[in-house]
Design a protein around this ligand. Structure first.
Ligand code: MRU
Length: 354
């Protein structure tokens, strides 16, 4: 599987996903500003992959800090956090990674500045390695809900390109394939940035999973024809009540699934769950540049000056979600809030496939 991001000789190598599938090119990020630019310009995208990029970006930025004391070092980290935090508002993994790193540094107050710089590189590697393990667990739990012969609809790319390992939504597909289940996937093209067309179909073809690309507006028609058994998507931020922010168009897919009696699953690593937020109504939704809608690969397809609303994400209310696949198991939306509590037995609330 192609690597999304890696650390090499004091630089961060980032697969430039904006150029896929035409070119497989890595961009060298020598400082944290370049990492932030890569997140903003979608060279790297997908909530977990962004979280990893944040950790590596902060580690890069830390190397530049000239500090004599722990407090000066902490002060030096703040502008790095602020720059990275300002890149994209919806994916909670950005805040998750910054908070984790902030706590990690605070927990190591007694170390020298040089040691802290080294430890931040190691911590970014740990975040990457943990994501790989989390992907596998999500896949193991999710695959239980996929039967031999199933056709799965997915939206956007919640695949290996969106993570450090083999994806979240796609993890369930890859594990099902490993288990010998014959599956096929329908990938929504996912306008306007076409993550489904450019990334998901490319990734699944490389993995040997039969994939059919459809326009976003075809989803209802293929469901009505009885061609879809289940849908699995990822999430950028899921709130305590089980509401799901994900790529624009996910809500439409969820409502269509309900209409056609098709299970709608969300693959959600705990790093994508915002346990501080009660409802999806409060999730900040990123609005991106009109050019994404008015042009296709550099070619203009809309009149100059037309008004555009380019929402990058939507929020699917929890009532449309059949279950979440997490690294701790599959859970009903109503149980999501319990995953942050230590006094709850997960065995008692874990969902089993029929
Ligand atoms: O704008 P993007 O490409 O970053 O949007 C990505 C998605 O919506 C994914 O489904 C989500 O981040 C989950 S990735 C495992």
């Amino acid at each position: 599987m192609v690597k999304t991001i890696y650390w090499q000789d004091d630089v961060v190598m980032m697969l430039d996903q904006s150029r896929l599938p035409l070119e497989v090119v890595y961009t060298e990020c020598g400082d944290y500003r370049k990492v932030a630019e890569g997140i903003q310009k979608l060279w790297i995208r997908g909530a977990p992959a962004i979280g990893i990029a944040v950790a590596m970006g902060v580690a890069l930025g830390a190397q530049e800090i000239k500090a004599q004391s722990f407090d000066e070092f902490m002060d030096g980290l703040q502008p790095i956090f602020e720059t990275i935090n300002a890149t994209r508002p919806t994916a909670v993994n950005i805040h998750w990674a910054i908070q984790r790193i902030g706590k990690f540094v605070s927990d190591h107050k007694d170390e020298t500045v040089d040691m802290l710089k080294k430890m931040l590189i190691e911590e970014s590697q740990r975040i990457l390695e943990e994501d790989v393990a989390v992907n596998r667990m999500i896949g193991e739990y999710g695959a239980q809900f996929i039967r031999d012969g199933d056709t799965i609809l997915t939206h956007c790319n919640a695949g290996s390109l969106a993570t450090g390992g083999f994806g979240t939504a796609t993890a369930a597909m890859y594990v099902a394939k490993e288990q010998g289940k014959r599956i096929q996937v329908f990938a929504d093209e996912t306008r306007p940035v076409n993550q489904g067309a450019r990334l998901t179909s490319w990734e699944l073809m490389q993995a040997g999973i039969p994939v059919t690309l459809i326009t976003d507006s075809s989803a209802g028609a293929v469901m009505k024809r009885g061609m879809i058994d289940l849908a699995i998507v990822g999430t950028d931020r899921t709130t305590r009540n089980g509401d799901v922010a994900n790529k624009i168009g996910t809500y439409t897919v969820a409502v269509l699934c309900r209409e056609h009696g098709i299970p709608f699953y969300v693959a959600a690593p705990l790093s994508s769950i915002d346990f501080t937020m009660d409802s999806g109504d409060n999730i900040p939704i990123e609005e991106r540049h009109p050019d994404e809608v008015c042009t296709i690969w550099g070619h203009r397809v809309a009149p100059d000056g037309v008004n555009v609303l380019n929402l990058a994400f939507d929020v699917t209310p929890s009532r449309y979600v059949t279950a979440f696949f997490t690294e701790k198991g599959a859970f009903r939306p109503r149980d999501i809030r319990k995953l942050s509590r230590e006094d709850v037995s997960l065995d008692a609330i874990r969902l089993k496939s029929e």
